[in-house]
Ligand binder design. Structure first.
Ligand code: SAM
Length: 303
């Protein structure tokens, strides 16, 4: 990880007088400081730490505090708030506070619905303008396993039937580290543990403990940093046929869920579909979509 030199910040803002040098591990997050941290994180990215997640937040922040050798959680908060390069520090903050659990073929019924029903339906729709390309967004992609699973399923199930059709998958996440892993196309055993053996043999090359994804599949997806709670950035994401936004809404509160889902709606083409996680629902969040049933899963259609 290339992290900015601390002394640059110190020399730019001597008035704040941070006591660098402590490893920051002896501190506890007080209720008041937890509130302040919760507000800052929520305002920046929509993630809401419930009361019972106080110790989780404490241990996550501890990592960054120890790295920066700042004395207390209060001082780290000041450091983030008044940092002349606030966006840089936020980037590192997101790396410690986000949970990036994911794996290949995490939701097979959604993939089946995509390749057997949704893509053929979209291609038949008179509203689909460019019939040579399907655009899919893996929002909150983590290290790319979902995006690449989509690309593999497309290659196997759609490409033979529609040879002229291309797929563009865009993966986005707020955590820069996971984006870098996604771009590398190199994964550990944990990530491939659920991958059907046919796909393992065809699309991965094992090299020690690393699994290298076939470059053909890697080239079907691109990845970039994007904060789903950043309304301006979200406006740039348009023209998608299908959006997968799974296992991230659980970290938001109702207000941030409503905002994000309404922007995802705007990002979809008419007749496009949104998929969310198994344990998530749009009930009470959006009435804009029509519920669509598929074998063993549901999707949300923009009509
Ligand atoms: C549990 S992972 C889910 C990954 C994948 N979608 C899946 O279902 O396997 C949640 C991801 O959401 C990302 N995330 C959290 N808040 C975000 C935000 N405001 N904007 C973009 N991504 C966010 C995290 O960095 C993390 O990688």
């Amino acid at each position: 990880m290339n992290q900015p030199a601390l002394n640059t910040f110190q020399s730019n803002r001597p008035a704040l007088n941070f006591s660098f040098g402590n490893n920051g591990t002896g501190n506890k997050l007080t209720d008041k400081t937890f509130e302040d941290w919760r507000k800052l994180i929520y305002d920046q990215c929509g993630i809401y730490f419930q009361d019972n997640k106080k110790y989780l937040l404490e241990s996550r922040l501890q990592k960054r505090i120890a790295f920066l050798k700042i004395d207390t959680f209060e001082k780290y908060l000041e450091y983030v708030k008044f940092n002349p390069r606030k966006s840089d520090e936020l980037k590192y903050l997101y790396e410690v506070i986000t949970i990036n659990e994911t794996f290949f073929f995490r939701n097979q019924p959604q993939l089946d619905a995509l390749v057997t029903m949704i893509i053929p339906e979209i291609l038949n729709s008179p509203l689909k303008i460019n019939k040579n390309k399907i655009r899919i967004w893996s929002a909150a992609s983590s290290s790319g396993e979902e995006a690449y699973s989509i690309a593999m399923a497309f290659n196997e199930m759609i490409k033979p039937k529609y040879p002229g059709l291309s797929l563009e998958v865009v993966g986005t996440d707020i955590n820069y580290q996971v984006i870098e892993t996604a771009r590398s196309g190199v994964f550990k055993e944990y990530a491939v543990r659920n991958t059907p053996s046919y796909y393992m043999k065809k699309y991965f090359k094992q090299d020690g403990s690393n699994y290298h994804l076939d470059p053909q599949i890697r080239n079907m997806a691109t990845f970039k940093m994007l904060n789903l709670y950043d309304q301006m950035a979200m406006k740039s994401m348009t023209g998608f046929d299908v959006i997968f936004c799974a296992n991230v809404l659980i970290y938001f509160d109702l207000k941030s869920k409503v905002q994000v889902v309404s922007q995802l709606y705007n990002s979809l083409n008419k007749n496009g579909y949104l998929f969310i996680g198994y344990s998530e629902t749009l009930h009470g969040i959006s009435k804009a979509f029509k519920l669509a049933s598929f074998p063993k899963t549901i999707g949300y259609k923009k009509e």
